[in-house]
Design a protein around this ligand. Structure first.
Ligand code: CA
Ligand code: CA
Ligand code: CA
Length: 214
């Protein structure tokens, strides 16, 4: 059943590619948890799969709703891939163990490059505010959501979470990705990658799930 859904989604994606230039659009995609962010030494992935999105990205914002007694244990990334294949994932770090202190509980904020303050510089409690992603990403990682601009919006959007310290654990209740797109000419679409994905089906998603972290 799952495989047939994935195949249908991929077919819709393919048809979208063949339909020509896409109109500008705004998408709001939501993942509903709960997803436990265990202290098990592993990254935890919350995936939104949507191959029907059309056009190239002009802006991405991310809302996270996380229950956690000590959010500064957490590293949080947004990751996107058009196909799910190894080596195609683009990561942006949103949050890097920001030193909020004990008074900050939970994390329910919007990450937006156009906000006026980085969450690194904000004083908790953060409330329901909008912040730029961390200004102190892990070495080699981007902290710019604008890095997605120009990429095709379709594919897999994943919130990637890691809890660095015990004993407090948390739960991802939900996250939302807001994506603005503009139309792109048909010649800009990477058809060979899409064909490979169609041939590999759901197995490609499962395989990449284990190996996406570089
Ligand atoms: Ca970190
Ligand atoms: Ca933005
Ligand atoms: Ca912890």
């Amino acid at each position: 059943m799952k495989k047939s859904i994935a195949t249908l989604a991929a077919a819709m994606f393919c048809c979208g590619l063949l339909a020509g230039p896409a109109a500008a659009a705004t998408y709001s995609l939501t993942y509903s948890g709960p997803l436990t962010i265990a202290e098990d030494g592993y990254f935890h992935y919350a995936d939104i799969v949507d191959f029907s999105l059309a056009g190239a990205i002009t802006d991405v914002n991310v809302m996270v709703d996380i229950e956690h007694y000590w959010p500064e244990d957490l590293d949080i990334y947004l990751a996107h891939s058009l196909t799910g294949e190894k080596g195609t994932w683009k990561y942006v770090q949103l949050y890097n163990q920001e030193q909020g202190g004990a008074i900050q509980e939970n994390l329910n904020v919007l990450f937006n490059d156009q906000a006026t303050t980085s969450i690194t510089d904000a004083a908790p409690p953060y409330g329901l505010g909008s912040y730029q992603p961390t200004s102190n990403p892990e070495s080699g990682r981007s902290n710019l959501l604008t890095d997605y601009n120009g990429d095709l919006a379709a594919g897999i959007w994943s919130l990637v979470l890691f809890d660095n310290a015990s004993p407090d654990i948390g739960t991802l209740q939900s996250f939302r990705v807001d994506i603005d797109t503009a139309g792109v000419p048909q010649t800009a679409v990477p058809l060979p990658g899409a064909v490979v994905f169609l041939g590999s089906g759901l197995g490609a998603l499962v395989g990449v799930r284990r190996s996406r972290q570089k």
